[in-house]
Write a protein that binds this ligand. Structure first.
Ligand code: MN
Length: 234
């Protein structure tokens, strides 16, 4: 077989052990904290979760020692941060039972679901797909992935995001409307999950705009922190 074009662009995330995690699909859960559902003008009642996807090229390593800078993306004037717990899948599975979900988790990280909010809201209000608002290169800065086998599963603990040192998002992972095992069970009903897939579990209240030059720092209790600066326009 001769490939016409070499499609060898593998997106990877660094792990705390030094190995690189090859990223497959990225599933992002929407409105998974009550206060954030309210700030987006939606009913926080426990209706079925929903999710959207991003391409692997969205991820970018963003540990403090990486000193990562991401470009301010095109076609937006309202670029938002969404701090989230990221779950990395390590074992394939289809229609995974909630009780078995943790067995499919490789590890966890701190991540940002960066969003062109103006494009997302225009699409949402017209009943159109969210792709241009959500799915673009460098839209998922992520800290080091930490294996669950070594440090255990993340079920609670503070999640905190600061911009230029000022607190913007602060909540607890235990506030998730849909827990991590429930989310894995739900997503895996629609798509067989594969090792390498990532799930961004949703953001708490306090989302807001950033501009070029802003410094974002994000922490989740028990995980390595995330640090990224917003660079100039792409
Ligand atoms: Mn999100």
């Amino acid at each position: 077989m001769t490939l016409l074009f070499a499609n060898n662009q593998i997106s990877t995330l660094k792990t705390t052990g030094g190995d690189d995690f090859a990223v497959g699909r990225i599933f992002c859960i929407g409105r998974n904290y009550e206060a954030h559902a309210r700030e987006m003008g939606k009913d926080p009642n426990r209706e079925a979760p929903f999710f959207f996807t991003k391409w692997p090229e969205a991820v970018v390593n963003a540990a403090p020692e990486d000193k990562t800078e991401i470009a301010y993306p095109p076609e937006t004037a309202n670029y938002h941060h969404e701090a989230e717990l990221v779950v990395a899948i390590g074992v394939d599975g289809f229609r995974i039972a909630e009780a078995d979900a943790n067995d499919h988790i490789w590890g966890y990280a701190v991540g940002l679901d960066m969003t062109r909010r103006d494009l997302q809201l225009q699409a949402r209000d017209k009943g159109r797909p969210w792709d241009t608002g959500k799915n673009f290169a460098q839209s998922c800065p992520t800290g080091r992935l930490q294996p669950a086998a070594e440090k255990g599963h993340i079920e609670r603990g503070e999640i905190l995001l600061t911009v230029n040192g000022e607190t913007r998002q602060q909540a607890d992972i235990s506030d998730l409307i849909w827990s991590v095992p429930e989310t894995i069970a739900y997503v895996s009903k629609f798509y067989p999950l594969r090792a390498g897939d990532l799930i961004f579990t949703g953001t708490p209240a306090g989302v807001g705009a950033v501009v070029s030059g802003d410094q974002l720092d994000c922490k989740i209790e028990g995980l390595p922190s995330l640090s990224v600066r917003i660079g100039g326009a792409l």
